[in-house]
Design a protein around this ligand. Structure first.
Ligand code: DX5
Ligand code: ZN
Length: 219
Protein backbone atom coordinates (compact mmCIF):
# COMPACT_ATOMS: atom_id res chain seq x y z
CA UNK A 1 0.00 0.00 0.00
CA UNK A 2 1.52 3.36 -1.05
CA UNK A 3 2.17 5.75 1.85
CA UNK A 4 -0.46 8.52 1.75
CA UNK A 5 1.15 11.93 1.18
CA UNK A 6 -0.42 15.29 1.99
CA UNK A 7 0.19 18.28 -0.28
CA UNK A 8 -1.43 21.31 1.40
CA UNK A 9 -2.51 24.04 -1.02
CA UNK A 10 -1.24 27.51 -0.11
CA UNK A 11 -4.25 28.92 -1.96
CA UNK A 12 -5.98 28.94 1.46
CA UNK A 13 -2.96 30.34 3.32
CA UNK A 14 -2.58 33.92 4.60
CA UNK A 15 -1.01 35.46 1.49
CA UNK A 16 0.50 38.25 3.60
CA UNK A 17 2.48 35.60 5.52
CA UNK A 18 3.29 33.00 2.85
CA UNK A 19 6.85 32.37 4.08
CA UNK A 20 5.68 31.68 7.63
CA UNK A 21 2.68 29.68 6.41
CA UNK A 22 4.99 27.35 4.49
CA UNK A 23 7.07 26.84 7.63
CA UNK A 24 3.85 26.03 9.56
CA UNK A 25 3.00 23.41 6.93
CA UNK A 26 6.44 21.85 7.12
CA UNK A 27 6.33 21.79 10.94
CA UNK A 28 2.82 20.33 10.70
CA UNK A 29 4.01 17.29 8.76
CA UNK A 30 3.24 18.21 5.13
CA UNK A 31 4.99 16.01 2.56
CA UNK A 32 5.07 18.70 -0.13
CA UNK A 33 3.62 22.16 -0.81
CA UNK A 34 0.87 22.48 -3.41
CA UNK A 35 1.24 25.80 -5.24
CA UNK A 36 -1.86 26.75 -7.23
CA UNK A 37 -0.80 29.01 -10.10
CA UNK A 38 -3.69 30.71 -11.90
CA UNK A 39 -3.51 33.17 -14.79
CA UNK A 40 -7.04 34.61 -14.98
CA UNK A 41 -7.29 33.09 -18.48
CA UNK A 42 -7.29 29.30 -18.17
CA UNK A 43 -9.27 29.77 -14.93
CA UNK A 44 -11.22 32.85 -13.75
CA UNK A 45 -8.74 33.67 -10.98
CA UNK A 46 -5.20 35.06 -10.70
CA UNK A 47 -2.78 34.01 -7.95
CA UNK A 48 1.03 33.86 -7.97
CA UNK A 49 3.85 33.30 -10.46
CA UNK A 50 7.59 32.52 -10.67
CA UNK A 51 8.86 35.54 -8.63
CA UNK A 52 6.80 34.52 -5.58
CA UNK A 53 7.79 30.87 -5.91
CA UNK A 54 11.44 31.95 -6.12
CA UNK A 55 11.02 34.11 -3.00
CA UNK A 56 9.45 31.19 -1.10
CA UNK A 57 11.97 28.58 -2.22
CA UNK A 58 14.40 29.24 0.64
CA UNK A 59 11.69 28.78 3.30
CA UNK A 60 11.48 25.01 3.08
CA UNK A 61 13.22 21.90 1.80
CA UNK A 62 9.83 20.35 1.00
CA UNK A 63 9.10 19.71 -2.69
CA UNK A 64 7.08 22.42 -4.46
CA UNK A 65 4.17 20.62 -6.13
CA UNK A 66 3.29 23.32 -8.67
CA UNK A 67 -0.14 23.13 -10.29
CA UNK A 68 -0.18 25.30 -13.42
CA UNK A 69 -3.70 26.42 -14.25
CA UNK A 70 -2.37 28.62 -17.05
CA UNK A 71 -2.73 28.67 -20.83
CA UNK A 72 -0.68 28.62 -22.97
CA UNK A 73 1.58 26.67 -20.64
CA UNK A 74 4.54 25.35 -22.74
CA UNK A 75 6.49 28.60 -23.04
CA UNK A 76 6.29 29.29 -19.27
CA UNK A 77 7.38 25.87 -17.97
CA UNK A 78 11.08 26.80 -17.73
CA UNK A 79 10.26 29.89 -15.61
CA UNK A 80 8.64 27.63 -12.99
CA UNK A 81 11.47 25.13 -13.13
CA UNK A 82 14.01 27.93 -12.63
CA UNK A 83 11.94 29.41 -9.77
CA UNK A 84 12.23 26.17 -7.80
CA UNK A 85 9.31 23.91 -8.73
CA UNK A 86 10.01 20.22 -8.13
CA UNK A 87 6.85 18.79 -9.67
CA UNK A 88 5.28 20.68 -12.56
CA UNK A 89 1.69 19.73 -13.35
CA UNK A 90 -0.31 21.25 -16.19
CA UNK A 91 -3.61 20.72 -17.98
CA UNK A 92 -3.61 18.97 -21.41
CA UNK A 93 -6.03 21.57 -22.76
CA UNK A 94 -3.33 24.24 -22.19
CA UNK A 95 -0.74 22.90 -24.66
CA UNK A 96 -0.75 22.28 -28.42
CA UNK A 97 1.54 19.29 -28.00
CA UNK A 98 1.15 17.23 -24.82
CA UNK A 99 4.06 14.92 -25.66
CA UNK A 100 6.43 17.88 -26.19
CA UNK A 101 5.35 19.66 -23.00
CA UNK A 102 5.80 16.49 -20.94
CA UNK A 103 9.27 15.99 -22.43
CA UNK A 104 10.11 19.67 -21.82
CA UNK A 105 9.44 19.31 -18.07
CA UNK A 106 11.52 16.12 -17.93
CA UNK A 107 14.39 17.71 -19.88
CA UNK A 108 14.48 20.38 -17.16
CA UNK A 109 15.02 17.64 -14.59
CA UNK A 110 11.63 18.05 -12.93
CA UNK A 111 8.84 15.57 -12.20
CA UNK A 112 5.90 15.98 -14.57
CA UNK A 113 2.18 15.74 -13.82
CA UNK A 114 -0.90 16.09 -15.98
CA UNK A 115 -4.19 17.29 -14.53
CA UNK A 116 -7.67 16.07 -15.49
CA UNK A 117 -10.61 18.40 -14.88
CA UNK A 118 -13.82 16.77 -13.63
CA UNK A 119 -15.23 16.49 -17.17
CA UNK A 120 -11.95 15.42 -18.86
CA UNK A 121 -11.67 11.68 -19.49
CA UNK A 122 -8.60 9.49 -18.87
CA UNK A 123 -8.40 8.48 -22.54
CA UNK A 124 -7.13 11.98 -23.37
CA UNK A 125 -3.84 11.16 -21.62
CA UNK A 126 -3.79 7.34 -21.43
CA UNK A 127 -1.02 6.95 -24.01
CA UNK A 128 1.24 9.22 -21.90
CA UNK A 129 0.81 7.43 -18.56
CA UNK A 130 4.15 5.67 -19.08
CA UNK A 131 5.89 9.06 -19.45
CA UNK A 132 4.56 10.96 -16.43
CA UNK A 133 5.19 10.90 -12.69
CA UNK A 134 1.75 12.03 -11.54
CA UNK A 135 -1.88 12.38 -12.56
CA UNK A 136 -3.72 15.19 -10.75
CA UNK A 137 -7.43 14.41 -10.66
CA UNK A 138 -9.46 17.59 -10.10
CA UNK A 139 -12.42 16.99 -7.81
CA UNK A 140 -13.63 20.57 -8.31
CA UNK A 141 -13.67 22.84 -11.35
CA UNK A 142 -10.30 24.63 -11.06
CA UNK A 143 -10.06 28.26 -10.00
CA UNK A 144 -11.00 28.53 -6.36
CA UNK A 145 -10.48 26.89 -2.99
CA UNK A 146 -13.36 26.05 -0.67
CA UNK A 147 -15.54 24.35 -3.31
CA UNK A 148 -17.63 21.20 -2.83
CA UNK A 149 -16.08 17.82 -3.72
CA UNK A 150 -17.53 16.37 -6.94
CA UNK A 151 -18.27 12.73 -6.04
CA UNK A 152 -18.43 11.47 -9.64
CA UNK A 153 -14.60 11.73 -9.84
CA UNK A 154 -14.33 8.74 -7.47
CA UNK A 155 -15.15 6.50 -10.47
CA UNK A 156 -12.36 8.18 -12.48
CA UNK A 157 -9.86 7.59 -9.66
CA UNK A 158 -10.89 3.90 -9.52
CA UNK A 159 -10.59 3.60 -13.32
CA UNK A 160 -7.13 5.19 -13.27
CA UNK A 161 -5.97 2.90 -10.45
CA UNK A 162 -7.11 -0.16 -12.44
CA UNK A 163 -5.08 1.02 -15.46
CA UNK A 164 -2.07 1.74 -13.22
CA UNK A 165 -2.14 -1.77 -11.72
CA UNK A 166 -2.95 -3.54 -15.01
CA UNK A 167 -0.05 -1.83 -16.84
CA UNK A 168 2.21 -2.04 -13.78
CA UNK A 169 2.87 1.70 -13.84
CA UNK A 170 4.01 3.76 -10.87
CA UNK A 171 2.70 7.30 -11.40
CA UNK A 172 1.21 8.98 -8.33
CA UNK A 173 -2.53 9.60 -8.20
CA UNK A 174 -3.13 13.02 -6.61
CA UNK A 175 -6.62 14.43 -5.96
CA UNK A 176 -7.29 18.14 -5.65
CA UNK A 177 -10.38 19.99 -4.55
CA UNK A 178 -12.89 19.82 -1.72
CA UNK A 179 -10.99 17.14 0.20
CA UNK A 180 -12.21 16.97 3.81
CA UNK A 181 -12.40 14.56 6.75
CA UNK A 182 -15.60 13.01 5.38
CA UNK A 183 -14.38 12.16 1.86
CA UNK A 184 -10.62 11.61 2.25
CA UNK A 185 -11.06 7.90 3.10
CA UNK A 186 -13.23 7.41 -0.04
CA UNK A 187 -10.56 9.11 -2.17
CA UNK A 188 -7.79 6.93 -0.73
CA UNK A 189 -9.86 3.73 -1.06
CA UNK A 190 -10.54 4.67 -4.70
CA UNK A 191 -6.79 4.68 -5.33
CA UNK A 192 -5.29 8.11 -4.58
CA UNK A 193 -1.96 8.29 -2.77
CA UNK A 194 -1.55 12.08 -2.59
CA UNK A 195 -4.25 14.40 -1.21
CA UNK A 196 -4.30 18.13 -1.89
CA UNK A 197 -6.15 20.23 0.65
CA UNK A 198 -6.35 23.92 1.37
CA UNK A 199 -9.50 24.79 3.27
CA UNK A 200 -9.62 21.67 5.46
CA UNK A 201 -5.97 21.98 6.50
CA UNK A 202 -5.94 25.73 7.15
CA UNK A 203 -9.46 26.21 8.54
CA UNK A 204 -10.50 23.05 10.45
CA UNK A 205 -9.91 22.59 14.22
CA UNK A 206 -9.20 26.34 14.72
CA UNK A 207 -6.45 26.12 12.08
CA UNK A 208 -4.49 23.36 13.86
CA UNK A 209 -2.46 22.38 10.79
CA UNK A 210 -0.61 19.48 12.48
CA UNK A 211 -3.86 17.93 13.70
CA UNK A 212 -5.60 18.39 10.34
CA UNK A 213 -2.75 16.80 8.40
CA UNK A 214 -2.64 13.90 10.87
CA UNK A 215 -6.37 13.26 10.50
CA UNK A 216 -6.13 13.28 6.69
CA UNK A 217 -3.17 10.87 6.80
CA UNK A 218 -4.92 8.49 9.16
CA UNK A 219 -8.16 8.19 7.21
C1 DX5 B 1 -8.64 24.70 -7.45
C2 DX5 B 1 -7.49 24.50 -6.52
C3 DX5 B 1 -8.05 23.98 -5.20
C4 DX5 B 1 -7.09 23.93 -4.09
C5 DX5 B 1 -7.64 23.11 -2.93
O1 DX5 B 1 -8.21 25.23 -8.64
O2 DX5 B 1 -6.54 23.61 -7.09
O3 DX5 B 1 -8.57 22.69 -5.45
O4 DX5 B 1 -5.92 23.40 -4.53
O5 DX5 B 1 -8.69 23.81 -2.42
P1 DX5 B 1 -9.63 23.27 -1.25
O6 DX5 B 1 -8.90 22.20 -0.49
O7 DX5 B 1 -9.90 24.49 -0.42
O8 DX5 B 1 -10.84 22.74 -1.94
ZN1 ZN C 1 -4.36 22.63 -7.27
Amino acid sequence: MNKIKISPSILSADFSQLGNEIKRLEDGGADMIHVDVMDGHFVPNLTIGPPVIKALRGNTKLPFDVHLMISPVHKYIKDYADAGADIITFHPEATNNLKESIQHVKNLGKKVGVSLNPDTQINLIEEFLTEINLVLIMSVHPGFGGQKFIHKVLDKIKELKIIKVKKNLNFDIEVDGGINFDNSKLVIEAGANILVSGTTIFKSNQGNIKKNIEILKLT
